[in-house]
Ligand binder design. Sequence first.
Ligand SMILES: *[C@@H]1O[C@H](CO)[C@@H](O)[C@H](O)[C@H]1NC(C)=O
Ligand SMILES: *[C@@H]1O[C@H](CO)[C@@H](O)[C@H](O)[C@H]1NC(C)=O
Ligand SMILES: *[C@@H]1O[C@H](CO)[C@@H](O)[C@H](O)[C@H]1NC(C)=O
Length: 281
Amino acid sequence: MAPKPFPRRVISLSLLAAALSIAASASVAEARWYSPPSPVSAIVSEQLYASLFPHKDDAACPARGFYTYASFARATARFPRFGATGCPHTRKRQGAALPAQLSHHPTGGWATAPDGPYAWGLCYKEEITPASNYCDATDKQWPCYPGKSYHGRGPIQISWNFNYGPAGQALGFDGLRNPEVVANCSDTAFQTALWFWMTPRESKPSCHQAMVGEYRPGPADIAANRTAGFGLVTNIVNGGLECNRTGDARVSNRIGFYRRDCQALGVDVGPNLDCEHQLPF
Ligand SMILES: *[C@@H]1O[C@H](CO)[C@@H](O)[C@H](O)[C@H]1NC(C)=O
Ligand SMILES: *[C@@H]1O[C@H](CO)[C@@H](O)[C@H](O)[C@H]1NC(C)=O
Ligand SMILES: *[C@@H]1O[C@H](CO)[C@@H](O)[C@H](O)[C@H]1NC(C)=O
């Protein structure tokens, strides 16, 4: 799903908000009916965000100061269906699942870390020692630009030319010539994470669809046990390496973050937490 054009929507929302606040000031009783839409802050407040990522600005974290709540909120505003789909418990679970997947990737946590291993999300802006420049030279649609590296950057560690290219096209930056912007601009960084979350790719549903009941498994999905839930999100994100195997430490780590986030949001974790018995896409 391509994101909606940003400026028009923002202008119309702020005009709407202005109009509604005039209406609201006319009558306190009516104001309750006219609260301006702010789906994300209703689920993941600034305070909750700070408690989910308590060490992101520590001196030990290379990304200190980068992953601000304001950038997170602006990025989610560009994808208005995030956090605005389904019943309250569905919205909360999605509000728990995205931070959990963000926490897992650029995590600075380790088993005996202060406050436990799940407290060190959003510590890195980019992969420290990339194994390669993540260029798939066979991809002619999104050709690598000489000298550029498409290693993991941003909160979801977007990687490979075939992801940087379409992300940039959808979000308005040149992902192939200027992949560095994902580690230099926190708004763009969070937008790549939301883009990844909201956009179905190839044969996969989007993470959003997997979490909000918009996923319709086909016969091949059913045969492969790919049923909706947090485990399916892990399958979408990195199933080729992490699913269809028992006791994968990365999967346990993601589940650990998700459990913690669900507890913080006051919602149960829902079905199919694990992808142990799911075949990858
Ligand atoms: C962008 O980030 C890279 C590292 O990823 C850095 O070398 C470069 O100086 C940064 N550029 C700007 C304009 O901040
Ligand atoms: C699906 O899940 C069941 C029960 O967990 C398991 O026995 C079966 O092997 C799984 N199927 C596949 C294709 O992995
Ligand atoms: C799933 O795991 C089984 C057992 O390890 C293996 O034989 C099979 O090839 C795997 N399937 C896929 C699609 O990865």
